[in-house]
Write a protein that binds this ligand. Structure first.
Ligand code: N01
Length: 553
């Protein structure tokens, strides 16, 4: 039986030890889960339901993961609410009511809290507790974890539910510590919110977080300076209240919608037009582009079948969006600066509300830092292109050390004491994004090498959680205590992930998918682009063949 640990430091009784240095006395679980976002919560629910002892450690003070931390103005999901939700419980999906087509962050966080309460998850989650290190004990086939205030716990299985976009990327700009005003990162927004009324604000970055927050910050601030290194494509969200009749219709056949979604490459139920943009007539093309623009959001990516395969098709879509930017933005020089020239859909496509029109406001200035990086942060502002822009607050909308950052922040040592950051020095290597050779009994939920960020995250999370839970149950039922990805299987999978990535235009630009946003990060296309259905089939086949490609003992 695990000894008592105290979810909050203030709950620890007088005299109770803060440190458990003695390994034998460390609390012991069947599984430890790192992170209480959507992945960690469902993993806990699933394993607990199978009778395993489980403990979740979460650095934040509440559940929700990315939706707990990303509270910047305008934060909302770019996947439609009726699809960005769990499907493992029909009761849950029938009872929950979404208010908008694209849920705002506070509503998604309320949903996460509702799930935690509904399934009584909190009693097995220890909040405000960071996991610092995880070391595999080969003799015992167990993971020893160092957590929180240097306490230790052990578990047969260690499941990393650390999220793909959870480790904030702060650029190393000279003088950053000298700034006299307030600084914020969109991924670590203050819970109490920020009042920009009357302030001069500088924002660095023009990715999804910036594109969502800029229109709202511009409405509030006295002045907003936007420092843009790479312009991005954005498609209007056309967000709206969700009509009750629409929700009822979806709920009447939720299983149908979920099944249709799982049959598509991104795990999303929307129409894909498989026709070729290049072969279509000019009139047909414009009709399709306009229809997708009017519908809004990520379904624009399904406008033509060759969009991400043929550079000529891609150019047509890119030029269509540039035309829209020219129509909306009054000043031709600003419109030109805002117009992306890279492959359409290569970086994550953004979904916006009023982004381009914001640059018509007299209080908004666009500064192009593509050729010359931001020179320095000064006590009074931001220096770029030889000029100082005086600001009272700086927003870093500079993204994340995606897919590997949160994992590598934990000092993970596997067989023979080999560290994960050494193994991944030239880029992440996994088998199916689920297991890592040399790191037995360690699982990653939506790890690199799985479809993850290229798909609707919720179904991808559920598919991983269910696969991992079944695998752990298989080991128990067969009297096994260890499972490890084979080096050969891992190598083949890594090669397959790379080969498939090379077939599309998506791997060709400097995006966070390839680690290009973090200086020094190895440039490897990290997610699996082969699509949800092919990937899920492969995982099912591996399990059906007694975990083919894994060694068990
Ligand atoms: O981060 P990003 P994000 N000097 O990496 C710039 C998801 N998400 O937080 O492109 C100047 O996309 C950087 O420039 P460049 C979604 O998957 C979803 O916006 O590297 N600029 C870029 O413009 C998304 O893709 C939602 O040249 C610097 C920006 O900062 C992912 O999270 C909402 C710089 C970072 O953009 C990440 O989005 C929000 C520097 N030194 C996020 N360093 C929705 O669901 C970086 N930049 C809608």
């Amino acid at each position: 039986m695990p000894s008592k640990i105290y979810p909050h430091p203030e709950e620890r009784p007088e005299g109770a030890s803060r440190r458990t240095r003695d390994v034998d006395a460390a609390p012991a679980f069947d599984a430890v889960i790192v992170g209480a976002g959507f992945a960690g919560m469902y993993m806990l629910h699933r394993l607990r339901g199978m009778g395993f002892s489980v403990r979740v450690y979460e650095a934040g003070s509440g559940v929700g993961g990315t939706w707990y931390w990303n509270r910047y103005p305008g934060a909302r999901c770019d996947v439609e609410s009726m699809q960005y939700s769990y499907q493992f419980s029909d009761g849950l999906q029938q009872e929950w009511v979404w208010s908008e087509r694209y849920s705002p962050q506070p509503e998604i966080l309320r949903y996460a809290n509702h799930v935690a309460d509904r399934f009584d998850l909190r009693r097995d989650i220890q909040f405000d507790t960071r996991v610092h290190a995880a070391v595999f004990d080969e003799a015992a086939n167990r993971w020893m974890l160092e957590i929180g205030d240097r306490e230790r716990v052990s578990a047969t299985h260690c499941i990393m539910a650390t999220g793909c976009l959870s480790s904030a990327n702060m650029p190393k700009i000279a003088g950053i510590g000298s700034f006299r005003g307030a600084t914020y990162h969109t991924g670590h927004w203050p819970h109490e919110g920020v009042d920009f009324q009357g302030k001069r604000v500088g924002i660095i970055g023009t990715g999804s977080s910036a594109i969502q927050s800029i229109p709202l910050i511009a409405e509030e601030a006295a002045q907003l300076c936007v420092f843009q290194r790479t312009p991005n494509y954005a498609i209007p969200a056309h967000n709206q209240r969700l009509a009750p009749e629409y929700q009822e219709a979806v709920k009447a056949d939720y299983a149908g919608l979920r099944a249709r979604a799982k049959a598509t490459i991104p795990g999303l139920d929307f129409n894909f037009n498989m026709a070729s943009a290049v072969e279509a007539s000019e009139a047909e093309r414009q009709r399709e582009f306009e229809a997708r623009w009017a519908y809004g959001g990520l379904p624009f990516l399904g406008v033509f079948g060759d969009l991400l395969l043929d550079p000529a098709a891609n150019d047509l879509a890119a030029e269509f969006v540039r035309g829209k930017i020219r129509d909306i933005v009054h000043d031709p020089d600003t419109a030109e600066m805002l117009s992306p020239r890279n492959v359409f859909g290569c970086k994550r496509l953004c979904v916006d509300t009023g982004y381009w029109a914001t640059f018509n406001r007299p209080n908004v200035t666009l500064i192009d830092v593509s050729g010359e990086p931001v020179e320095a942060i000064t006590p009074a502002g931001i220096r770029a292109k030889g000029r100082e822009y005086a600001v009272d607050a700086i927003v870093f909308a500079t993204g994340f050390d995606a897919m590997t950052g949160a994992l590598l922040k934990i000092d993970i040592s596997g067989v023979g004491g080999r560290r994960l950051n050494e193994k991944w020095r030239e880029g992440p290597k996994t088998y199916l994004g689920l297991g890592i050779a040399g790191f037995p009994n360690l699982f990653t939920i939506t790890g690199p090498g799985s479809p993850s960020v290229l798909t609707n995250m919720l179904p991808s999370i559920e598919q991983h959680v269910e696969w991992i839970a079944d695998c752990i149950a298989y080991l128990r039922d067969n009297g096994l205590s260890r499972i490890e990805a084979e080096a050969g299987a891992e190598e083949s999978w890594v090669a397959h992930v790379r080969d498939v990535a090379g077939l599309t235009l998506r791997s060709t630009c400097s995006s966070w998918y390839v680690g290009a946003n973090v200086p020094g990060k190895p440039r490897v296309f990290m997610p699996y682009i082969g699509g949800f259905p092919a990937y899920a089939q492969k995982c099912d086949a591996v399990a059906a063949n007694r975990y083919e490609g894994f060694t068990t003992a």
